[in-house]
Design a protein around this ligand. Structure first.
Ligand code: MG
Ligand code: MG
Length: 256
């Protein structure tokens, strides 16, 4: 069941998205060699609770942390740890929160110190995949238009598109219908309507798309150990241009 949101509800999601954006911007400044992802996790939780919101990941199906911290070959759902980050690693931080009953979900990838050109390119292309997908998030289009836009750009760069995990509807719940795959066929799948709110989140690997689950039963890693990048925002589909709720003030015009 897909729940569309009215303008008042989207305003609440905009408020949640704005707070999450502030949290993630702050976390970005903490990423450097020697820092631990556990310290970043604690800071995220402190900041979210200080603003009167709740970390949505913590306790979700038993997940024990406020952020997912996924390093290099970890795709998503990495556990924050007390292992110091090392120069050149790729760190993906995924975080969600609930403010006044409404959810926001967003992720970014960043280099620890200075990373190789290959790693920098992977992150750049992953972000481009997101924007190409988001541009398709318009009433009248279909989910396959989003997936195709992400997939063709990743594959044109020789990268793998993770298939086992997808984006999702979001609202009062973190994961609502529909699933939003990062692959697909143009013109296929659920038709998008104004008031739908979805998280688009390409997970792109330097190598193959196949993954496995770690012994902690959460963390997802690439089977071929290739480095993976993740980028996500929560978006509102409107009568006009899509609005990026976790990037305050950002609407995507058709010719952008
Ligand atoms: Mg997320
Ligand atoms: Mg998500």
């Amino acid at each position: 069941m897909i729940y569309t949101k009215n303008p008042a509800q989207i305003q609440k999601m905009r408020d949640a998205g704005k707070l999450l954006h502030q949290v993630l911007e702050h976390l970005k400044t903490m990423i450097k060699p020697g820092m631990t992802t556990l310290e970043i996790d604690r800071e995220a939780e402190r900041m979210i609770r200080a603003a009167g919101a709740t970390p949505s990941f913590k306790g979700f199906e038993g997940f024990p942390f406020t952020i997912c911290a996924s390093v290099d070959e970890e795709v998503v759902h990495g556990f924050p740890s007390d292992k110091p980050l090392r120069e050149g690693q790729l760190l993906s931080v995924d975080c969600g929160l609930i403010l006044h009953g409404w959810q926001a979900d967003s992720a970014f990838s960043a280099p620890v110190g200075k990373a190789s050109d290959e790693v920098m390119k992977l992150m750049k292309v992953t972000e481009e995949c997101f924007w190409l997908g988001a541009k398709q998030a318009r009433a009248g289009n279909r989910l396959g238009d989003i997936g195709w836009a992400v997939q063709q750009h990743a594959e044109a760069n020789g990268y793998g598109v993770i298939r086992d995990l997808t984006g999702h509807g979001i609202g009062r719940e973190m994961h609502e219908d529909p699933s939003v795959p990062n692959y697909g066929k143009p013109g296929r799948g659920v038709r998008l309507v104004a008031g739908m709110t979805i998280a688009i989140e390409p997970m792109i690997s330097m190598g193959d798309w196949r993954v496995y689950v770690a012994d902690n039963e959460w963390s997802i890693l690439t089977r071929d150990h290739s480095v993976c990048s993740h980028y996500e925002h929560t978006i509102a589909i409107t009568d006009g241009d899509p609005e990026i709720l976790t990037l305050p003030g950002t609407v995507l015009s058709e010719d952008a």
